[in-house]
Design a protein around this ligand. Structure first.
Ligand code: GDP
Length: 450
């Protein structure tokens, strides 16, 4: 498990305490770490280059104030720039058109177009109170047409029948006509994808676009696609005037660097994120939060680093013994860390000790959210059996892990993905702990305390 950027930068800046600003000479090494972190998160290389150049521009000459060190200042610049690059406030679906407002869904096969069409239908019905019709122009896969029928039903929308012997353009015109005559507010058009970009596919979707004149042309892209996302995005951008992006499968393991690449290449806002296979697994894309994920700094890791300062030496000694004896850092220890943090007065009281990247964005809303996340983590850890906490492998790679996670999720009243998130965070922490093995713990604590 790669270490977090914050962690790496603090290693680097050990030697530069007391420096008053970010300069050409101290910024190079730090930028190299930032670049590595972005590449590890699967941001495409050309995008990384541009980004680093922008960050360097912004960082040079920045004053290093108070107790901050240059690394923290740089992380803060990087975090802000990432969030700014990926988002621009909330961007809901634009429906400002003569009804029916047409929304065209574009993307590769398997990206999650049909699933997302269902999710959007639900969103538009429940949140925007619209009457929604869906239609599939995928004449190559009858199963895709059926799948759209199913998800539309789940969402409470109406589905317009189409069949493989029709032309996509005829399907579109028939659905549009029906939507007009029956006073639908929105027509969502699902389209055919291919496994890879091909000219026929692009010509077909261009024709659909010309026929329908959609108010939104949404590019659906799989966050797990990683480095390749940039090529897909470029091809769709060249073919269509994209108005928005939906990033799917953010519940997966990827660090989501694709968001940055896709945003940069398409210039279109990332409007939503897919976070599960289910019909309600759609969230408004949160650029701030996503920036933290791309950088690999689960806020909790940075916080725990800070809090470790307050852990009494006896407990630290015990942990060090444990690590040395090879017992490892288990979920009981993780739970203990969180309880320790709570004992210290919760997150709000830690505000002034926080690393810049958190402190700078931590309005009260963020703190509340972080507190809630922490309580939820504690609830999840408490829903595990003592045996599971002592043997995290049971939850990470044992045959029984799926049913265990289901039980824990229902015990804690959360989704499986929340349990997965806690396990990921544990994994990150464990990586950090491993590095401290062999006496390093005290050195590290001394460094953090000094
Ligand atoms: P299409 O070919 O682009 O229409 O893709 P589908 O909608 O059929 O989705 C392909 C697969 O990805 C299906 O198994 C979906 O359940 C899954 N999928 C779509 N969106 C998400 C998501 O946000 N999270 C997860 N975990 N799976 C998703």
């Amino acid at each position: 498990m790669a270490s977090t950027l914050t962690d790496r930068l603090s290693q680097l800046v050990k030697t530069m305490r007391g420096q008053a600003r970010i300069t050409e000479s101290n910024v190079q090494d730090m930028l190299r770490e930032v670049r590595m972190a972005l590449l590890e998160a699967d941001v495409a290389l050309p995008v990384v280059r541009d980004f680093i150049a922008r960050v360097k521009d912004k960082a040079l000459g920045q004053e290093v104030v108070g107790s901050l060190n240059p690394g923290q200042v740089l992380v803060s610049v990087v975090h802000k720039e990432l969030a700014a690059t990926m988002g621009e406030g909330v961007a809901d679906i634009n429906l400002a058109a003569q009804p029916p407002a047409v929304i065209l869904m574009a993307g590769l096969q398997g990206a999650g177009k049909t699933t997302t069409t269902g999710k959007l239908t639900k969103h538009l019905i429940e949140k925007r109170k619209k009457k929604v019709l869906t239609v599939s122009a995928d004449v190559y896969r009858p199963a895709a047409i059926e799948q759209l029928k199913t998800v539309t039903g789940q969402a409470g929308g109406e589905w317009f029948a189409s069949s493989p012997d029709q032309k996509p353009r005829d399907i579109a015109l028939a659905a549009l006509d029906y939507a007009k005559r029956h006073y639908f507010d929105v027509l969502l058009v699902d389209t055919a994808g291919r496994l890879a970009i091909d000219e026929a596919l692009m010509a077909e979707i261009r024709e659909l676009h010309a026929t329908l004149n959609p108010v939104e042309t949404l590019f659906v892209v799989d966050a797990m696609q990683g480095q390749d996302a940039i090529n897909t995005a470029r091809a769709f951008k060249e073919a269509l005037p994209l108005t928005g992006v939906i990033l799917t499968k953010l519940d997966g393991d990827s660090r989501g660097g694709a968001a940055l690449s896709v945003r940069q290449v398409t210039g279109a806002p990332i409007k939503f994120a897919g976070v599960s296979e289910k019909i309600d697994g759609l969230e408004v894309f949160d650029a701030e939060r996503h920036a933290g994920r791309v950088l690999g700094m689960g806020d909790i890791v940075a916080l725990v680093e800070e809090v470790t300062k307050g852990v009494d030496m006896a407990a630290a000694q015990k942990l060090a013994e444990k690590l040395k004896s090879g017992d490892g850092f288990d979920l009981n220890d993780f739970l203990a860390q969180i309880s320790q943090m709570k004992k210290m007065g919760g997150l709000s009281s830690l505000m002034d000790k926080l690393p810049t990247q958190i402190a700078s964005k931590a309005g009260q809303g963020d703190m509340d959210r972080a507190e809630r996340d922490m309580r939820r983590m504690e609830g999840i850890l408490n829903a595990m059996s003592a045996k599971e906490r002592a043997h995290p492998r049971l939850l990470l790679d044992d045959k029984s892990k799926a049913s265990r996670k289901r039980r824990i999720a229902s015990g804690a009243g959360v989704q499986i993905q929340d349990v997965n998130r806690v396990l990921n965070q544990y994994d990150q922490m464990q990586g950090m702990m491993k590095k401290m093995k062999g006496g390093g713990l005290f050195k590290m604590m001394k460094r953090m305390g000094g």
